[in-house]
Design a protein around this ligand. Structure first.
Ligand SMILES: *Cc1c(COP(=O)(O)O)cnc(C)c1O
Length: 369
């Protein structure tokens, strides 16, 4: 069977977990957490980072940091994972869903200004499949209207937009190390703080509303309750596993790019023949090989493709159901049609994609379709 996703180890993940135990501290903010923080700051040039228990939690921290109040409006693409929205819903925000581009699930930034009202506080670009949103235009609009930009970069580690790493452009950004992402820790995430106004408060919210991080650095001689917060920091065991992956980041990315290219080359003629569109990246958008998806000509064709692959024990899966049409939100949605988000709900199909995959087996089966 070829599953859609399969977790993997790339080298030292398990021995680092063992080492974390030997060091006598496996709660949060330990030895490996610091090593991961240093890695992200050095490799990506992020100013301040905090490992979190998930990308969802990093987004929740963002919503707290943005001081979202009931009734504040947050602009989010409808074609995204639930987490992008629930982080803000918990603070009482009203979600204003923005449609996707006609040819890609990312937000259509040309619609942004028409959705901004006096209550708008935050724009959340989601870099779907690691393809960067048009960050220069989004940041320009945000600056003009004094809005915060929080990047949902869950799928976008190593992606670049015009030379800048995704996650370094918004005021805040969130990454995921869920087992389905490029770099994994089972469950895990990262908050990136590019706007230094949020740095001190982020650390307090991260450590259950206390200034314990400051205390451990020896900057204060006792710590206490300062603010709201939660237990957003992961165990050092998770950080140890993650550090084992980060050490091999470039090799992992190289392997994923090979898989991506094998799909892209192998399916080119086939896609034209079947009226199917393959995902693509432009020159200025460094492809991080997170995902290989195809856009089918119809929902019916997608069903046939899924069945064809399943018959050969290959698991291809579709992705989001537009959030504006979800059971939870459809009655709260303002009624605007979001045709492109719906199009991707119906027609987008993701092919198996993981470190140890041999994509040629999947390609061969697809060519028989
Ligand atoms: C995976 C994902 C998330 C959630 O990440 P977790 O680490 O599982 O919380 C959020 N947004 C997007 C776009 C994702 O793909």
């Amino acid at each position: 069977m070829i599953p859609f996703n399969k977790p993997y180890t790339s080298g030292n993940e398990l021995s680092y977990m063992q080492d974390a135990v030997s060091r006598g501290k496996i709660s949060g903010n330990g030895y490996y957490t610091k090593k991961c923080h240093d890695f992200f700051q050095d490799y990506f040039g992020f100013k301040k980072v905090l490992l979190t228990t998930s990308c969802t939690d990093a987004l929740e921290m963002c919503a707290i940091l943005a001081n979202i109040q009931p009734g504040d409006e947050v602009i989010i693409p409808s074609y995204t994972f639930v987490s992008t929205a629930i982080a803000f819903i918990r603070q009482g925000a009203k979600i204003v869903f923005i449609d996707s581009k006609v040819d890609h699930p990312n937000m259509d930034e040309s619609l942004l200004e028409s959705l901004i009202t006096s209550k708008t506080r935050v724009i959340v670009p989601v870099h779907y499949a690691g393809k960067p949103c048009e960050m220069d235009i989004i940041m320009e609009i945000a600056t003009r209207y004094k809005l915060l930009v929080i990047e949902d970069a869950a799928q976008a580690i190593c992606a670049k937009f015009k030379g800048s790493y995704v996650g370094s452009m918004g005021h805040l950004a969130a990454f995921s190390f869920h087992e389905t992402k490029n770099i994994i820790a089972g469950e895990g995430g990262l908050l990136v703080i590019n706007d230094h106004r949020f740095s001190d408060r982020a650390e307090i919210i991260w450590e259950k509303g206390t200034n314990r991080a400051e205390f451990f650095r020896g900057e204060v001689n006792k710590y206490g309750w300062k603010d709201v917060g939660s237990s957003f920091l992961p165990s050092d065991l998770i950080a140890a596993f993650l550090y084992g992956q980060l050490e091999n980041l470039e090799e992992i990315q190289e392997r994923r790019l090979q898989i991506w290219n094998a799909y892209n080359v192998g399916l080119k003629n086939w896609s034209v023949h079947n009226n199917i569109t393959l995902c693509n990246y432009e020159e200025e958008q460094q492809n991080n090989a997170h995902m290989f998806y195809i856009i089918c000509e119809s929902l019916e064709q997608r069903q046939r493709l899924i069945r064809h692959l399943a018959k050969h024990n290959i698991m291809a899966v579709f992705h989001y159901i537009s959030l504006h049409a979800s059971e939870y939100y459809r009655d709260r949605h303002d009624g605007r049609n979001l045709p492109h988000a719906d199009l991707f709900s119906d027609k987008l199909l993701r092919l198996p994609f993981f470190y140890e995959l041999n994509p040629n087996i999947v390609v061969e089966r697809l060519l028989e379709f």
